[in-house]
Design a protein around this ligand. Structure first.
Ligand SMILES: Cc1cc2nc3c(=O)[nH]c(=O)nc-3n(C[C@H](O)[C@H](O)[C@H](O)COP(=O)(O)OP(=O)(O)OC[C@H]3O[C@@H](n4cnc5c(N)ncnc54)[C@H](O)[C@@H]3O)c2cc1C
Length: 390
């Protein structure tokens, strides 16, 4: 039972705002503490796949999501040089919607929903240390003040303080890949709502339109020996991105020619947290299971976590049993998704040669001869509905 229960959420990102809304809608008194002095999002796209969209719908936000973000028609894998399609995952035939959103739009939908549900958001509240025991979780803030709270949810992302309180320090390792991101204004509002992956040796580039074709979202990945910093906001020179993809199809070269502000970051692998809840503290989203972006599932997993954790706290009489149920329902699935995302880069980056030719032929034939079978390969991922487990 959550009615009147005081719950504090650390972090006003996608997972934090979603869990705050889900808890407040069930009657909890929820406060969100955010380090930034405003809720703003980086200018980038985000794919909300059907498994995340069902959570938005269950929160009462299905229509708002559909209004802000068109449904994607397909995900298409293409050869890097000629741009020929190698595999097409048709999303139109599916009654489960797959959306291409702007991150800022998704955050704004969630922020409004949280406010309407009675959640208060406190900005400029950077937490520097977290400890927990069976009676309370204590947060220490920048400046030295402390608060002891009955229940805290750590949705504080990649560099989570909450994760550190429950799990021994682990060191992420550099995957040998860096990624650029940028958005590029489009002239043509009639761009097909499709996510496209051009796959080249040691490199791939993902593009999809946002806001009805106003912008093209670009994420480009290159294998590198050198190390680059983790974190999303390191600027890079557009010429370096253009040079890395100079042998790609003309449509990619033309697009990148118009990029004027690009960001670069190093891709690191982190282990999935061993402990997701203990004492009076639970983790969700990137705080529990940071993932590489190659399956577009980080935010979708955060939405799923938010629903399952709110539901477990509502259904169970004791916090400890709610945490056990939450971890049991989530950890294996998230570990599988994180692994699948890591393997995707290898599949995209095959070098020219017989193995690449055979792999691409198998994908092409599979999609042509048995399109349903090809689409069904993703059922475990997109067909998972955490809101049906009530
Ligand atoms: C290029 C790229 C593309 C991606 N594309 C997709 C996609 O298409 N689909 C998808 O599902 N996922 C995608 N992801 C992953 C997704 O963005 C993340 O997994 C998701 O944002 C995680 O949500 P979160 O709420 O756990 O953390 P975050 O969104 O990172 O939010 C954490 C919040 O906590 C706050 N915070 C952190 N530390 C503190 C502190 N000490 N005190 C107070 N506040 C704090 C932060 O300021 C932030 O607001 C992508 C990621 C990248 C890098």
């Amino acid at each position: 039972m959550l009615i009147g229960q005081e719950i504090t959420v650390l972090g006003a990102g996608i997972g934090g705002l979603a869990v705050a809304t889900a808890l407040a809608q069930r009657g909890a008194q929820v406060r969100v503490l955010e380090q930034a002095d405003a809720i703003r999002e980086v200018g980038a796209g985000l794919q909300v796949s059907p498994n995340g969209a069902v959570v938005m719908k269950a929160l009462g936000l299905g229509k708002a999501l559909a209004a802000a973000a068109p449904r994607a028609r397909a995900v298409v894998l293409r050869d890097f040089r000629r741009g020929d399609p190698v595999f097409r995952l048709d999303l139109d035939r599916d009654d489960r919607p797959y959306h291409l959103t702007h991150r800022a739009d998704l955050i704004e939908i969630l922020r409004q929903a949280a406010t309407e549900a009675g959640v208060t958001v406190e900005l400029g509240r950077k937490v520097e240390a977290v400890t927990t025991d069976d009676s309370a979780t204590t947060l220490r803030f920048a400046g030295g003040s402390e608060e002891s709270l009955p229940l805290v949810i750590g949705a504080d992302g990649l560099q989570s303080q909450a994760r550190a309180a429950l799990n021994p320090a682990t060191r992420p390792f550099f995957t040998g890949q860096v990624a650029w991101r940028c958005t590029i204004p489009l002239d043509a509002a009639d761009t097909a709502p499709e996510a496209t992956v051009h796959m080249g040796p040691g490199r791939h580039i993902v593009t999809y339109p946002l806001r009805g074709g106003e912008l093209m979202n670009v994420v480009a990945v290159e294998e590198r020996d050198g190390w680059a910093a983790e974190g999303w906001n390191h600027k890079d020179r557009p010429e370096i991105l253009r040079a890395a993809f100079a042998d790609f199809a003309p449509e990619i070269r033309d697009l990148l020619f118009r990029a004027d502000q690009v960001y670069l970051w190093g891709l690191f692998r982190h282990p999935v947290a061993k402990t997701w809840g203990q004492g009076r503290l639970a983790l969700l989203g990137d705080a529990a299971h940071p993932t590489l972006p190659f399956l577009a599932q980080g935010a979708n997993m955060a939405l799923e976590d938010a629903w399952v954790l709110a539901d477990a706290l509502d259904q169970e009489d004791h916090i400890a049993t709610a945490f056990t149920r939450y971890q049991a329902l989530r950890k294996t699935r998230c570990a599988r998704i994180v692994d699948a995302a890591s393997r995707n880069a290898e599949n995209y980056h095959l070098r020219p040669g017989p193995y690449r030719a055979a792999a691409h032929l198998a994908l092409k034939l599979g999609a042509r001869l048995a399109p349903n079978l090809a689409a069904n390969r993703f059922d475990w991922l997109y067909g998972h509905d955490v809101t049906a487990r009530r």
